[in-house]
Write a protein that binds this ligand. Sequence first.
Ligand code: PAF
Length: 282
Amino acid sequence: MEITKTIDDTRQQITNLRSGGKKIALVPTMGALHKGHITLIQLAKQHADHVVVSIFVNPEQFAPNEDYNTYPRELEEDLEKCRREGVSLVFAPAREAVYDDEKFLSIKVSSLNGHMCGGSRPGFFEGVLLIVNKLFNIIQPDLAVFGQKDIQQFQIIRAMVQEFNHSIELMLAPIERANDGLALSSRNAYLKSDERVIAPGLYRALTYVEKQINDGVHTPKLMLEHQKSELEAKGFRIDYLNVFSRKTLQPVTVLKENTQYIIAGAVWLGNTRLIDNILIDL
Ligand code: PAF
């Protein structure tokens, strides 16, 4: 497995990997790799000759009050995990290797950004698109794999790929969960033991809403209010819990047949923000 730190070295390695028309898949990550990331790598491997993993805690997607400095960094362990999965190249740059001190351009996200995580983390998706656009240009993969846990991120990156004409196929990997249902996340490491016990409550709330919708309740307002109160009673602080259109990422009040929705929530337990979602096709 090759490990690169600079854009030039990465481009050189990619040229080598691509020789003979080999197909390249990219799995962008911020490291602290867990089973969810391994699923992304394995899915990438099924569809390409070489898997490239990027490991970069992207400062541009953290607000000043967020956890950029404390975000888990475990490069040696991550490299070992990548080796075990047969990854061909890890691109793990320092901040200076990808960002200049001065920036004259930025990417703006329009209405896809107004709700869900975009609503509560201003600038977050602009930061994500900035780095993903760079990674797509540096690595020029044939396909890129992202996790469903960050479904809004996936939909916004899909819009970027379409509107900026990147010739890259995008794949969505399902959410990996602990046995009790908690969606795997690098941030779960922040949970105190008592918070970890109640954390799966978010997924249970989402599955309750899913069942109600599948049983024919197509106006979700009341059951969402009820689930929010239940979560609050257990000690969660709610950022959002709602049903969104998968296409527009806007909240919906009445669900229609033949339409794709996302039941999604973001909550705080102490200082830890958890997100989760379920996709539903009516
Ligand atoms: O999903 C993530 O881990 C990050 O947002 C990504 C896509 C690697 C960009 O920094």
